[in-house]
Design a protein around this ligand. Structure first.
Ligand code: THU
Length: 137
């Protein structure tokens, strides 16, 4: 699967964002090692704290379907109603969720459009991780 295709999936996912409070729409497309894609959007709430980011929506959909092996995620975000004008990096909580289920070489693609995107490794966007083995040190 090429990066462009995954960014296009993230842009489609972004169309579903439920963002009446921030007006900031985010989409994510999570690719499993078997080639399946799970889409996610951000879902906000009047009580604010129950809000779920697009990346975590995609991960929780996939994990709840039994998926455990992930290759890459594409993320796009920006003011709702218009195409993204800038790169939207994942928040710290979403990076930590990625670290729970993905190794350091997991690919994080940040898109502005289907033709403009950057590719990183999880270890670049979240160095010095805290993972399960750290509980036993
Ligand atoms: N948001 C995401 O969906 N992903 C991120 O990584 C950054 C923030 C959402 C949460 C909230 O609905 C809106 O963007 C503004 O913070």
């Amino acid at each position: 699967m090429d990066n462009k295709t995954l960014v296009k999936e993230a842009l489609a996912a972004r169309e579903m964002a439920y963002v009446p409070y921030s007006g900031f729409a985010v989409g994510a497309a999570l690719l499993t090692k078997e080639g399946k894609i799970y889409r996610g959007c951000n879902i906000e709430n009047a009580a604010f704290s129950p809000t779920n980011c697009a990346e975590r929506t995609a991960f929780f959909k996939a994990v709840s379907e039994g998926e455990r092996n992930f290759e890459a995620i594409a993320i796009v975000g920006g003011p709702a109603g218009n195409p993204p004008v800038d790169f939207c990096y994942p928040c710290g909580v979403c990076r930590q969720v990625m670290a729970e289920f993905c190794s350091d070489d997991f690919t994080v693609i940040i898109g502005k459009s289907e033709d403009e995107f950057k590719e990183h490794k999880l270890s670049d966007v979240l160095p010095y991780t805290f993972r399960e083995p750290d509980l036993h040190r």
